[in-house]
Design a protein around this ligand. Sequence first.
Ligand SMILES: Nc1ncnc2c1ncn2[C@@H]1O[C@H](COP(=O)(O)OP(=O)(O)OP(=O)(O)O)[C@@H](O)[C@H]1O
Ligand SMILES: [Mg+2]
Length: 293
Amino acid sequence: MMLELRDICKTYIQGRMEVPVLRGISLSVEEGEYLAIMGPSGSGKTTLMNIIGCLDSPTSGEYLLEGENIAGLADGKMSDVRLHSIGFVFQSFYLLSRQSALDNVALPLLYAGVRRRERQDMARQALERVGLGDRTEFKPTQLSGGQCQRVAIARAIVNSPKILLADEPTGALDTRSGQQIMEIFQRLNDEGVTIVMITHEPEIAAHAKRTLHIRDGSLLDANGNPVSPLPEMEDPPQNPQGPGAPAQKGGAVEAAPQAERPGGPGQPGAAPYEGTVVDDLELLYWEDDGPDA
Ligand SMILES: Nc1ncnc2c1ncn2[C@@H]1O[C@H](COP(=O)(O)OP(=O)(O)OP(=O)(O)O)[C@@H](O)[C@H]1O
Ligand SMILES: [Mg+2]
């Protein structure tokens, strides 16, 4: 099993209100799967992906990644997992606008302590895999949106991660560029990369081998009914602030600061990549202290 979520709940505290965003998600993903997760805006897709990507921790529940219990890991270990096991692709690319495609792709390797020469070779190979071998010296501003996303995919796969997580990877692209991205994903999946992709678009989800639907923080079964809701949710109170309302399991509720870690990327309405990314990338992908090189 590549990853397994058991009864994952995520509740944010907003002022004095508890906002349950994920309500008992259980989900297994096998090695080599290609899974799409669909759901309306605000249903918890990005929150779920941030947990799968070790960018955020659940309020309760268990998360096993290749059998390892992620919930128990310290932050440094979490960034280790991100660096070595997970590749991220976001709707708005998150490339460094002043760096060449090659340097953007090589960045995770810098954090991983790979030497310069090897970094450049590996980055060039990754760019070739996404059909951009002739654009290595181009900066994001000199590339089309589809090409930027392909650079982002090259960066996501340069470390040969086992899992590729994609949050609306075609959301900012025209149909044709989106199609190219889907072809690349298909090829990567054929090569054995496990893919979990979030999308609004049924035509995009159709490329995956399996599609799950999420609504109001619960996965839906084939009949469109929530799967394994919290006991409290089976008979939802009319007034969410009334008696019997969101008594979360075990009362385990986190304060908000941790929820802020993922910052802009992946959040609804996230800013475009240009000029916003350096800090975000460091938070998102890699060691908290940044590279020492
Ligand atoms: N840091 C946070 N603090 C409080 N509430 C949050 C936080 N992050 C997300 N939420 C809430 O969680 C809910 C789900 O957000 P999420 O980003 O997971 O939705 P989504 O399914 O990805 O939506 P979209 O399709 O628009 O990207 C939203 O109602 C949002 O307001
Ligand atoms: Mg989202």
